[in-house]
Design a protein around this ligand. Sequence first.
Ligand code: ATR
Length: 270
Amino acid sequence: PDQYAVMGNPIAHSKSPRIHRQFAEQTGQQIEYRALRVDEGDFEQALEHFFKQGKGLNITVPFKQRAWQLSGRLSERAQLAGAVNTLWMEGGVLVGDNTDGCGLVTDLVQNQRLLINAKRVLLLGAGGAARGVLQPLLAEGPAKLVVANRTLARAQELVELFSPFGVVEASSFEALRGAFDLIINATSASLEGEVPPLPPGVVAGHTHCYDMMYGAEPTAFNRWAKSKGAKDCIDGLGMLVEQAAEAFYLWRGVRPDTQPVLAALRAEMG
Ligand code: ATR
């Protein structure tokens, strides 16, 4: 069977092997998919070694930016994202793509039935996770997308980069005013159990909140959003499965059904 893998560090808890094996079973594709832990200094060598035999790779923390640098060709969305999560070889050239933003939008629009078009959207964070989803979000045509970050200058840099793609503004957390229709948390604050200090009023009864993180328990951000009366609080498990489905499609030319895979993961997490 064709060989696939995800590379990262840490990687032991990655759900990608289970997701891709279920996609393969469902679509009758003969593939093997493994998780490979790579030491910080060994990434380039590990890539080279893998592609002597392997067909495709997913890349996760902390190697997405390095994969971007090492790609011989980048899709437009990967170019803009500044990060690569999906790799394959084409005519001897290493091709890099990024399916994270597409995964987020698919989860929002198809799974959650949440329209972004003409909505007021707040994106929290200005690191790699935020940058990776900006163009696909703007392509949905929000009325306005505000990027708010603890370090305002980083939000301003992203806004400069993405303003050709839609109506996008930078803000500090404290300068935010008015309620948003959709708030997406792309900060890593939830990892530390923290929530960005947002002024009261950004969440109203009609506000949908989405944390790109996920876990067995609701994330700190989603607990906070619920306490503020948000309409709903969604975690990033759907985004994880949808970015994987898009990678599977790029490699195999077949679109898996994500619903049973998402339901199985959700059930496992309890
Ligand atoms: P990632 O690839 O996950 O985006 P990153 O590039 O290190 O990682 O970015 C982390 C993001 O989370 C940044 O927007 C960071 O804010 P700063 O740019 O001001 O550092 C944000 N972040 C991390 N911890 C945070 C916290 N406790 N409160 C608010 N924002 C936080």
